[in-house]
Design a protein around this ligand. Structure first.
Ligand SMILES: Cc1cc2nc3c(=O)[nH]c(=O)nc-3n(C[C@H](O)[C@H](O)[C@H](O)COP(=O)(O)O)c2cc1C
Length: 190
């Protein structure tokens, strides 16, 4: 069964970013993928701040990333960039920890003005972590995601459509990569 690791860099429990991730999770589960989510804000803050690479919580989060065929990196836009919360975890991923993974970047901002933060801020860090296949990301505006009374989120139709299209492209690429790896492994064994 192919694996997904989603890394969420929001410090807020009820973040609208969760509405985006819910859609991605739904697409992944429907396609038969195993989906694991790392909410960075739930990792021990001291492990993140003191960069404790060997803490059990960090080792476990890194195991989920290492085992994944495909990774979602999701963040709210803060100060024209990804959040510091996200970076505290990205700093603890091994040097080439995203090598060979198919990566989907997601962001949500208060305004459209920081749309390019995906390109000038997030993607260079993903590339530094070894990611070579980064599919088209999705940038959402806060106004496109509504918190529902009693929990959950409603997404604007065009946003939901863009998320589904991005998930399709990402899962198809990850599926091809996983099949290729499995065939190569079989070939090496046989
Ligand atoms: C500290 C802080 C800085 C922010 N900086 C930006 C920014 O530079 N550009 C932007 O578009 N939105 C900015 N925002 C707005 C958030 O990106 C926006 O509210 C996003 O949807 C997060 O949603 P959430 O509060 O539901 O997690 C900022 C919000 C906070 C709290």
């Amino acid at each position: 069964m192919p694996y997904i690791a989603a890394i969420s860099g929001s410090p807020t429990e009820t973040s609208r970013l969760n509405g985006l991730l819910h859609e991605i999770r739904h697409a992944a589960l429907s396609a038969g993928w195993t989906y694991n989510e790392i909410q960075v804000r739930l990792l021990p803050p001291e492990d993140l701040i003191y960069a404790r690479f060997d803490s059990p919580a960090i080792v476990e989060a890194n195991r989920l990333v290492a085992e994944a065929d495909a990774v979602v990196v999701a963040t709210p836009i803060y100060k024209a960039s990804y959040t510091g919360v996200l970076k505290t975890f990205l700093d603890l991923i091994p040097q080439k920890g995203l090598e060979g993974k198919i990566v989907l970047p997601l962001a949500i901002g208060g305004t459209i003005a920081h749309l390019l933060a995906l390109d000038y801020a997030l993607k260079p860090v993903l590339a530094a972590l070894g990611a070579r296949h980064i599919v088209s990301g999705v940038y959402a505006q806060e106004s496109q995601v509504t918190r529902l009374e009693g929990g959950g989120f409603a997404l604007a139709d065009d946003l939901a459509e863009r998320l589904r299209a991005a998930a399709d492209e990402w899962l198809a690429a990850a599926g091809r990569a996983a099949s290729f790896r499995a065939a190569a492994k079989e070939g090496a064994a046989g």
